[in-house]
Design a protein around this ligand. Structure first.
Ligand code: GLN
Length: 489
């Protein structure tokens, strides 16, 4: 792709161009900063654009390369979801509560990507505390879908997805508690990987539901995701749920062919309100896999239909506990002139949190309260085990599961904000993987009404290399991931 404008190139191509000294990281960074600024009024993808520190980091990456100290990602720019703590740079988590919060340290993901020589261009907009499926709950206003600004980009990593889709950044970090990497990736036509729970450190990633939250990546292709995951993944002694397992060579594994792969089509995903045109695109994608030598088999996950209600007990319960730390005392928003301590707590939390966050805290507090704990929380934990067992049973027979990422393409802003349950149902196909802790990714597989739709691949624990290879094989056969929205700025 030599000669293509810099913003049209993905991570691998940029890394190559930097290594060939075709352009410098400073040139590249300046170009992308200009695009981020220009797109901000139309898309609102970012909470902060950190031009000065980005140019300084780019200059130091160029210096490292000149001195012969470069790695595969040296000088590659990216954006971080504003849920990852960044030393010296405001980390808001999309909330008024953290509007003034500047972290004294970097999240492990940020630190590792920094050590790999990447250049942070800024912090991406997101749903408040990662709660949402449309990026409309952010204190900083909604993000718009680059394919059609009347539409949502999906959530909660909507800023990350929109920035990558609009070619403002080649890659972005993101997090997925119930679908927040895969669903916005699907709705904006990019590639998003949620790794196995424990594969990537959660240290310094603001907690929503700790047993479900997982950091991952959004980029244009599986190949680019592989390059970034390699730098992010691995054991972190600061995260007690981080797993001490070697990190495979994801880039080398990309070449693994699909021939002989057994792909399970999840039966239940095709009778739960899936858009008919979306289904047609998926069936065409399955045919691509057949052509590549994979075998498609019918698979049932009998309890997966219980994922949404189970998640909406477990996630709010954990969020009500995690968000108790925001009390107006130590950091974050504090109300003006509190009368006494109780008033300080009540008004700081009342004014600092938005409506969706309050709804979750109230639901979570209720399901954990004495008398209801057994009926709701404990019951949900049991159903979670059944769902995990469904996945384990399926993976005894197939290598990967395939299905839709989201029931419909992107919907209009405001279409679902008044009905939380309708909004929650967006994640009907993604939540199961979080409950089971298994990795999953979404890749673009077509368009419906000029809006992108995604194909989801789900694998057993620690099968990221296999997932990425299967996605890469598809992307060598198709060009959906190369399609870019019209420039609107
Ligand atoms: N949309 C889901 C929710 O609102 C999932 C969010 C996420 O994955 N962070 O909770």
């Amino acid at each position: 792709m030599t000669g293509a404008p810099l913003h049209e190139r993905g991570v691998a191509e940029l890394a190559h161009g930097l290594a060939q000294r075709e352009f410098s990281s400073v040139e590249l960074t300046r170009h992308l900063l200009g695009r981020l600024e220009a797109a901000q009024p139309a898309l609102n993808a970012m909470v902060s654009i950190t031009g000065e520190s980005a140019l300084a980091a780019a200059a130091s990456a160029d210096g490292a390369r000149a001195a012969g100290r470069s790695g595969p990602l040296t000088g590659v720019p990216l954006v971080h979801k504003d849920i990852f703590c960044t030393e010296g740079v405001r980390t808001t988590c999309g909330s008024r509560m953290l509007d003034n919060f500047v972290s004294p340290y970097d999240a492990t993901v940020v630190a590792r990507l920094k050590a790999a020589g990447t250049v942070m261009l800024g912090k991406a907009n997101m749903d408040e505390f990662a709660m949402g499926s449309s990026n409309e709950t952010s204190f900083y206003g909604p993000v718009r879908n680059p394919w059609n600004p009347a539409m949502v980009p999906g959530g909660s990593s909507g800023g990350s997805a929109a920035a990558v889709a609009a070619r403002l950044a080649p890659a972005a970090t993101a997090t997925d508690t119930g679908g927040s990497i895969r669903q916005p990736a699907a709705l904006t036509g990019v590639t998003g990987l949620k790794p196995t729970y424990g594969r990537v450190s959660r240290y310094g990633m603001i907690a929503f539901a700790s047993s479900l939250d997982q950091a991952g990546v959004i980029a244009r292709s599986a190949e680019d995701c592989a390059l970034l995951l390699a730098a992010m993944a691995g054991f972190d002694p600061r995260d007690s749920t981080s797993v001490d397992q070697p990190v495979p060579d994801y880039a080398a594994a990309l070449a693994t062919p699909c021939a002989g792969l057994r792909l399970g089509i999840v039966r239940e995903f095709f009778d739960q309100g899936l858009d008919a045109e979306n289904e047609r695109q998926l069936r065409a994608a399955f045919a691509v896999y057949e052509k590549l030598g994979a075998t498609l088999v019918d698979v049932s996950l009998p309890n997966v239909g219980l994922s949404v209600p189970t998640y909406y007990v477990v996630a709010p319960a954990e969020c009500s506990s995690n968000l108790a730390r925001f009390d107006g005392v130590r950091f974050g928003y504090r109300c003006a002139k509190p009368k006494d301590l109780l008033d300080l707590y009540q008004r700081s939390r009342g004014e600092g949190f938005g409506a969706e966050v309050k709804r979750r805290i109230m639901t979570g507090t209720y399901v954990l309260s004495a008398g209801y704990y057994d009926a709701y929380y404990l019951k949900a934990q049991r159903v979670r085990q059944l769902i995990s067992a469904d996945f384990a049973r399926a993976f005894a027979d197939v290598d990967l599961l395939v299905g839709p990422t989201s029931p419909t393409p992107a919907f209009e802003l405001g279409a679902k904000t008044t009905d939380p349950v309708t909004m929650y149902l967006n994640d009907i196909y993604t939540i199961g993987a979080n409950l089971a802790g298994v990795p999953a990714l979404s890749i673009p597989c077509g368009f419906v009404n000029a809006l992108p739709v995604g194909l989801q691949l789900i694998g057993p624990h620690f099968s990221e290399a296999k997932l990425l290879a299967a996605a890469h094989a598809f992307q060598r056969e198709t060009d959906w991931h190369h399609r870019a929205p019209a420039e609107r700025h």
